[in-house]
Design a protein around this ligand. Structure first.
Ligand code: ZN
Length: 434
């Protein structure tokens, strides 16, 4: 589906009545589960093991009879078992993501599986006033594929310019001055750095009406700074590669986040049962678009709360009160400059032989990288990791790589990829003293 066709469909969907959306979602779930059961060895075996067949799914509550699937579970499966029989994993596109957990998962996909990814973001931007003729700027990490523009962007519709998140904040500000975008989109930690840079160095008449943040919740301080320095409205968008699109997003009129129930079936669970409004609950998603590597009742590893409010904007999507638990720390360099965790994700998610990983900043000049190496390791492979991580930080920073059996957990269920043990004031929640 073309991006704009997808956008047209999603734009219509949001105004459907809740009962209509539920009916459509149930139909999509049935199709997906039938497909996974018939074609994907992993799901066939899993559902057989639990004595479930697609025919057992008759109403939305029946979804709870299917087992929840975790990232670790999928990570330990050979690719051929996760895709439909007849699909050659070697011919699929791939992305690797470890979210904030340090457990990289390779996602196999074909272009159709991501057809609604961009449209699902555009729908949110447009709800907040973006129009096709507005210019936008988005932050990306260096090794992501840059500059592949869609046909409509080449025509000047939804034109976007990419800034590199590893560049110096002063450089971002210069580029923003030149681009004069309507909207900036970026990772929450990158936007926090931008907010603080703008605070220290007034950007003159630079005004950006809209800032959208993803991959971690932007804290209130950074939000207020962006509002004050850019005159922006700041919007949090909750999305994941596994979900293949936006999961939930802040509404300009309602208090809280709308769940995009037309592209993702999201459940909030406490000990396996549906959560009540206001409870801290695990986010379990079913990606309704992807057929190559289905995600059905997949535990995102995030925490959110259901809202007891009804929408006032006329959209048919239910509301979350809050999305939490997507935190990762900054790495603080000796010079005081802070790096977001994303460059480390790129290096370690792709390092040869690494099962899971975690970076602990013990001191300002000492990083400990803990890795699991399920298939064994050599001194050379550890040295390669050490060098790749050293390249990201300043000279003089000691980087130790340690092979462990298991990673440190901040809670019984939660792994964190980047942990800073620096005292308060040098951690993400405090401003750095010069
Ligand atoms: Zn709303």
């Amino acid at each position: 589906m073309h991006g704009l066709t997808g956008l047209a469909r999603l734009t219509r969907d949001q105004w459907r009545r809740p009962a209509d959306l539920e009916r459509r979602q149930l139909r999509a779930l049935k199709d997906l589960i039938r497909h996974a059961y018939d074609a994907v060895p992993f799901y066939r075996e899993l559902y057989d093991h639990h004595g479930i067949t697609p025919a057992d799914l008759d109403n939305p509550a029946d979804l709870q009879r299917l087992p929840v699937v975790t990232r670790q579970q999928l990570q330990s499966e050979p690719h051929a078992r996760l895709v439909p029989r007849g699909v050659d994993p070697a011919r699929c596109l791939r992305s690797r993501t470890s979210g904030s957990t340090g457990v990289p998962l390779e996602i196999l996909f074909r272009p159709r599986d991501r057809a609604l990814f961009n449209p699902s973001f555009l729908r949110v931007y447009m709800a907040w006033g973006l129009r096709p003729w507005h210019r936008t700027v988005s932050f990306q990490s260096r090794s992501e594929r840059l500059g592949r523009r869609s046909w409509y962007q080449r025509l000047g519709i939804f034109r976007n310019r990419v800034l590199l998140s590893r560049d110096d904040p002063d450089r971002w500000i210069d580029q923003l001055r030149r681009a004069r975008p309507y909207m900036i989109h970026g990772y929450s930690l990158t936007l926090k750095l931008l907010a603080e840079a703008l605070d220290g160095r007034p950007a003159g008449d630079l005004r950006v009406p809209l800032v959208t943040s993803t991959s971690g919740v932007l804290d209130d301080g950074a939000r207020r700074l962006l509002e004050r320095t850019l005159g922006a409205r700041v919007v949090d968008i909750y999305a994941s590669d596994e979900a293949g699109s936006v999961i939930a997003w802040e509404c300009p009129r309602c208090a809280g986040y709308h769940l995009s129930t037309d592209t993702v079936a999201t459940e909030l669970l406490v000990d396996g049962r549906p959560a009540r409004p206001g409870e801290d609950a695990a986010v379990v998603i079913t990606n309704l678009t992807a057929r190559t590597m289905p995600f059905i009742r997949y535990d995102q590893g995030d925490v959110a709360r259901l809202s007891d409010r009804s929408p006032v904007c006329g959209r048919g999507f239910p509301l979350l009160e809050e999305v939490r638990g997507r935190a990762a720390d900054f790495i603080v360099l000796g010079s005081g400059r802070r790096l977001t965790p994303h460059p480390f994700f790129l290096v370690l998610d792709h390092a040869l032989g690494v099962g899971q990983w975690q970076i602990v900043q013990e001191e300002v000049d000492r990083l400990r990288v803990a890795v699991t190496m399920p298939d064994g390791h050599t001194l050379a492979s550890l040295e390669a990791i050490r060098r790749a991580v050293s390249d990201l930080v300043e000279p003089g920073t000691a980087v130790e790589v340690e092979v462990v059996d298991r990673l440190e957990r901040s809670s019984p269920t939660k792994l964190r990829s980047v942990i800073s043990r620096l005292p308060a004031g040098r951690t993400p929640d405090g401003r750095l003293s010069p």
